[in-house]
Design a binder for this molecule. Structure first.
Ligand SMILES: [Mg+2]
Length: 208
């Protein structure tokens, strides 16, 4: 084998062939959505304000509703309707993330991978969100909370969850964790203006 062949094979072995893009917290603004929904519940806004003060400049908990004195049931049952999920706004950098992935890997190699809550309206609402905002992707939506089952060395997960990205990597895939106030990269989440989306992929060694 020549040196060029060896280099070509090494590059091929590490080439990413498909990308699995999370929705909530990456391109769909779940954080804005729950604030809007709970803020409309009588008496709830002071709890949200107190939570924001408590976690200003600190990593926010994944199970933030506990800080709002809500049980799992009390919180999630507020979100069991189609329009909650279908009506989530884009995140501030969601379009940038999507177009950076299209540029780097090609739109036909991208899939949406999202973990719905166990409610049929959530499944329908997520599909509706894709139909409204990314109609090219409407037959490329994969719904499961068991994301790691899809991990392979040539597959990239782009997600905001510490758990999902760690499990994906352990299962043999490659992952980019998008910095958000509720994950281990929270310190970077405030420096969006300094770090562009392609920078994140370069940091992860996935783009030149
Ligand atoms: Mg997410």
């Amino acid at each position: 084998m020549t040196k060029e062949e060896a280099e070509f094979r090494a590059a091929e072995a590490t080439r990413i062939r498909s990308v699995y893009l999370d929705m909530d917290g990456v391109i769909a603004d779940f954080d804005a959505g729950w604030r809007r929904r709970l803020g409309a519940v009588a008496g709830m806004q002071p709890f949200i304000d107190r939570y924001d003060r408590l976690y200003e400049g600190r990593k926010r908990p994944w199970r933030f509703w506990e800080q709002l004195s809500m049980t799992d049931f009390q919180f999630w049952s507020q979100l069991e309707d189609r329009e909650f999920w279908a009506g989530l706004p884009w995140t501030g950098d969601g379009r940038e993330i999507y177009s950076a992935l299209c540029d780097l890997f090609g739109e036909s190699n991208i899939w949406l991978l999202t973990a719905p809550i166990p409610d049929p309206e959530c499944y329908a609402g997520k599909f509706e969100w894709v139909r409204r905002h990314l109609p090219n992707m409407k037959d490329r939506l994969i719904t499961t909370g068991h994301k790691r089952l899809l991990a392979r060395p040539d597959r990239l997960l782009v997600d905001d969850s510490d758990d999902h990205t760690v499990q994906w990597s352990i299962a043999g895939g490659r992952a980019v964790r998008i910095p958000r106030p509720w994950n281990s990269l929270h310190a970077l989440a405030g420096s969006y203006s300094a770090l562009t989306v392609p920078d994140w992929f370069r940091i992860a060694g996935l783009a030149a």
